[in-house]
Design a protein around this ligand. Structure first.
Ligand code: ASP
Length: 454
């Protein structure tokens, strides 16, 4: 049994929905379909979810909602018309959209989530109707009925572990089940969404719940590219990635899948594949627990900017018991998240995302390090990027870092810091942001051959 999730761009128009129908039809194991809200039809379009935010803002601030309400209804209407679905389903959808503007505002912590969830909820109804009328008996299932019970954290729900038992019962249905993504219900029956892009999470939860053999996540690209296509011209798509590799790449800027979506599928040991609705015969990228016969040491190269480094020096630092703890405690007390900590004998750098360091916090850190820890020197270095080469097979290959540093030194790129965790899944280089793209291209060329741009 397969769980198949379609993202907003795959569901943006009647034309896209025809592709979706064919994909579902072509494999009778595709039994559970998780859907996003209609996405953008072209670059200038508005996602239905974003229109629902506008609708919510207008409603809660007492403005006239007619225009935005009509825009949303019209968005579904045009799809319903093109697919000849008739007026019954359209009435259901338009009533549901209008009904939002009668929900109580005062003391309603879940109102925003209720508005947003309507995007996927109504799309799921529409799609179930479309499937049923076109040779795929289908049933719309609300997350409450499915058993997707979540914590009461508006906009940031998490699945309750007890949900999984109920979800398993979904296996008993004969029809294809169409489930709206992005939200669940709380124990008190409130609609509560995951964070933005969260339909991926629903897909992963359903896959784990029904113990699927495969979770197929359909988007509008041929899987996950080995480097950012905006940096490297036509990078290849990675045939197979492990969950660990995916996590590393996502951390350093890859964004095909919501990173929280990996957790339920990973825990449930469900393999995942990312495929393209517009090119379904392409094998896409498979995400597996362990590599099945793939030998390459490096699978992808990521780069991300907006990092800063707090560089601290103190003579005989290594002999001072508790020094590291005291430094980290300063950060903890200021509620600062840090990312990496490369060290020397007498120096220590803490690399963090720039957004963590407000000017006030920066000043406080410098004051405390100087006064309390009596460091010899502290400076804050901005404009840094991290570059990561990722691959679990690096463990069993000697010279991977050598190839990387050679490629970077050939481009005269200075390495401010280098770091590799004990798992050897990735090697990270900190460099100045001005050289980030050049570095990614040089590494792509070193590991995968010529980039078409160079
Ligand atoms: N529609 C929601 C969003 O735009 C969730 C999703 O598409 O995954 O964030």
């Amino acid at each position: 049994m397969k769980v198949i999730k379609f993202g907003g761009s795959s569901l943006a128009s009647a034309k896209q929905l025809t592709k979706v129908l064919n994909i579902v039809k072509s494999d009778s194991n595709r039994r559970f379909v998780v859907v996003s809200a209609p996405g953008k039809r072209d670059a200038n379009d508005t996602k239905v979810t974003d229109a629902l935010i506008k609708y919510y803002n207008a409603y809660t601030s007492g403005q006239d909602v007619t225009e935005v309400q009509n825009w949303i209804i019209e968005r579904y209407q045009s799809i319903v018309n093109e697919l000849n679905l008739g007026s019954t389903i359209m009435k259901k959808i338009s009533d549901a959209i209008k009904h939002l503007a009668s929900e109580p505002i005062e003391g309603n912590d879940f109102l925003y989530d209720t508005f947003l969830a309507a995007g996927e909820d109504n799309n799921a109804k529409l799609i179930a109707e479309y499937f049923s009328k076109n040779g795929v008996p289908a049933r719309y299932i609300h997350p409450k009925q499915a058993g997707i019970i979540v914590t009461s954290e508006p906009g940031n729900a998490r699945i309750l572990p007890s949900s999984y038992d109920k979800l398993e019962n979904l296996r008993d249905y004969q029809e294809v089940l169409v489930i709206p993504g992005f939200f669940g219900t709380t124990v008190d029956n409130q609609i509560c969404t995951f964070s933005r892009g969260g339909s991926d999470i629903t897909g992963s939860i359903v896959a784990a719940g029904v113990k699927a053999d495969l979770y197929e996540n359909f988007t509008d690209v041929d899987g996950i590219f080995a480097a950012h296509p905006g940096v490297v011209h036509k990078p290849h798509s990675i045939p197979e990635l492990t969950y660990k590799e995916m996590r590393e790449l996502a951390y350093a800027g890859f964004s095909v899948l919501h990173d929280e979506a990996l957790i339920p599928a990973y825990r449930g040991k469900i393999p995942l594949v990312i495929k393209n609705t517009n090119n379904p015969s392409h094998p896409g990228t498979k995400i597996v627990l362990t590599h099945e016969g793939m030998e390459v040491p490096v699978v992808g190269i990521a780069g991300d900017d907006n990092f800063v480094s707090i560089n601290i020096s103190k003579y005989l630092m290594n002999r001072e018991v508790g020094f590291g703890r005291k430094v980290l405690q300063i950060l903890e007390e200021l509620n600062i998240r840090w990312e990496h900590m490369p060290t020397g004998i007498d120096d220590m750098s803490i690399v963090l995302r720039e957004r963590e360091l407000t000017p006030i916090k920066e000043q406080e850190i410098i004051t405390q390090l100087t006064r309390k820890l009596e460091v010899d020197e502290v400076n804050i270095q901005r404009g840094l990027s991290i570059i990561m080469i990722v691959g679990e097979n690096m463990k069993s290959h000697i010279g991977v870092t050598a190839s990387a540093t050679k490629a970077l030194s050939d481009q005269h790129i200075n390495l401010a810091m280098i770091s590799q965790g004990s798992s050897e899944v990735s090697v990270m280089f900190v460099i100045e942001t001005a050289k980030e793209k050049e570095a990614v291209r040089a590494l792509y060329k070193a590991f995968f051959g010529l980039t078409k741009k160079s």
